[in-house]
Design a protein around this ligand. Structure first.
Ligand code: 5GP
Ligand code: MN
Length: 333
């Protein structure tokens, strides 16, 4: 981290035009981090543009700094210029999907992330899997670089740590994460207001989609595996957007005795599989078997060229195998 920090500092201070990349289907950590970074760069008089193929989920519309955000479709690649590309929350460059060509126009790459599966790509690498969120690494970076965290930046970073810790419930809820939250509250983030905006202002379609998905709930391996599916047809039926799938997997995971929760979702490019694990099963390693990645307890993969039922058979077989025959994937708690 020290070396990455020095290099990132040098790259940031000596350049003017920055492009910020998020992973596909950006989540609260991604959105909060990229907006906080854009606002910080703005304070230094730098030009910062966040480029994503996907929109930001509407629940984050209240966050400041959105004027720095643009989608790939509104931007011509030919006349796009940037000196430095900063990847946030992306374990590998390809995670930013169709925004990658914009990063490729920059001379230098900075990689800021907390995924264990991060490939450590780029010219400056700030990867810390012990960080609760990518936003936590930014909070640290801002401290080191002497950025004045104002209320606007504080709200963005608070959303990053709030969402990635599952409202300070997951095992990444470390003293550091809570110290960060306390610091951000002192700097102007309002926890009650933010929680209400993030968790209690959902579009109706998301709750309707949850209802559809829960009807597909299946229990396997004597209660250790629970899975749900989200099909294109269901999405159409309730007029759901892809962000409405967020959070569905917390329901199968919440069932007593379930060690691995799996969600299958029909996406444009294939079937996206999400994994959530408990009791020390390594989700990231299961996802890696299918070309994906993530964290020890939350990971995902995109499987191309197969139907949802085919993917389901394949994945459930692997999860069963992991649970029954591969004790080395079960890390001691
Ligand atoms: P989710 O299941 O909510 O989509 O993602 C859970 C975690 O796994 C996130 O940290 C996310 O970055 C990671 N993840 C999800 N899908 C993929 C994927 O297709 N490839 C990789 N490398 N990571 C993924
Ligand atoms: Mn994250």
């Amino acid at each position: 981290m020290k070396e990455g920090l020095a290099r990132a500092r040098e790259l940031i201070l000596s350049h003017r035009r920055f492009v910020i990349l998020e992973h596909e289907k950006p989540d609260g950590d991604c959105v909060g981090s990229s907006l906080a970074l854009a606002l910080a760069l703005e304070k230094w008089g730098k030009q910062a543009l966040i480029v994503s193929d996907d929109p930001h989920p509407v629940i984050y519309d209240f966050l400041p700094g959105q004027e720095h955000f643009t989608r790939t479709g509104y931007l011509g690649l030919a006349d796009f210029h940037a000196d430095v590309a900063i990847f946030l929350d992306c374990g590998e460059p390809e995670r930013c999907g169709r925004a990658l060509p914009f990063a490729q126009k920059a001379k230098y790459w900075v990689n800021i992330d907390h995924h264990v599966s991060n490939t450590k790509f780029g010219d400056a690498v700030l990867v810390d899997p012990s960080a609760a969120a990518t936003g936590e690494i930014l909070w640290y970076l801002f401290g080191e670089l002497g950025v004045n965290i104002d209320a606007r930046i504080a709200v963005c970073l608070y959303v990053a740590v709030l969402t990635d810790t599952g409202s300070f419930r997951y095992e990444n809820t470390t003293p550091r994460a809570l110290r960060m939250a306390a610091d951000l509250i002192e700097k102007g983030a309002r926890p009650q207001e933010i929680s209400e905006l993030v968790y209690e202002a959902k579009p109706l379609s998301s709750v309707m989609l949850l209802g559809e998905a829960l009807q597909t709930l299946e229990i396997h391996a004597g209660g250790k595996i629970a899975c749900v599916s989200v099909t294109r047809e269901m999405m159409k039926k309730v007029a759901a957007t892809s962000e409405d799938t967020e959070g569905i997997i917390t329901y199968p995971r919440s069932i007593q005795g379930v060690m691995v929760a799996v969600q299958f979702r029909e996406a444009d490019e294939g079937v996206h599989v999400s994994f959530r694990t408990r009791r020390a099963v390594d989700a990231s390693r299961i996802a890696e078997t299918f070309g994906g990645g993530g964290h020890p307890r939350a990971a995902g993969a995109l499987i191309k060229g197969k139907t949802l039922p085919e993917v389901k058979t394949l994945v459930l077989e692997e999860v069963r195998r992991v649970l029954e025959q591969n004790p080395d994937l079960v890390v001691k708690a």
